[in-house]
Design a protein around this ligand. Sequence first.
Ligand SMILES: [Zn+2]
Length: 89
Amino acid sequence: MGKGVAFAFQIGGRELDPAQMEDPQEAALLQEIVESVVDRTELLQCSEHGEPPRFLCSGENINELSLEVFGCCESLVGEVEKLLNEAAE
Ligand SMILES: [Zn+2]
């Protein structure tokens, strides 16, 4: 994982560590999500505050996850969301 990028998973109300999942397929799925997001955003930090973005991936189960972006201010969050949207196209 890139330096400074924090990534958390919360599934069914429980916080999960992809490295500690019993099912290797599920662990790989979560790891893929982390990598795809971190690859695109690891160099990004707030131009005003120097803070990196943080991510929370949450949902009722592993197949219905949505990603939320957190940051020190709205401009960082906006920048990250723009980058992720661009990369998805
Ligand atoms: Zn900021």
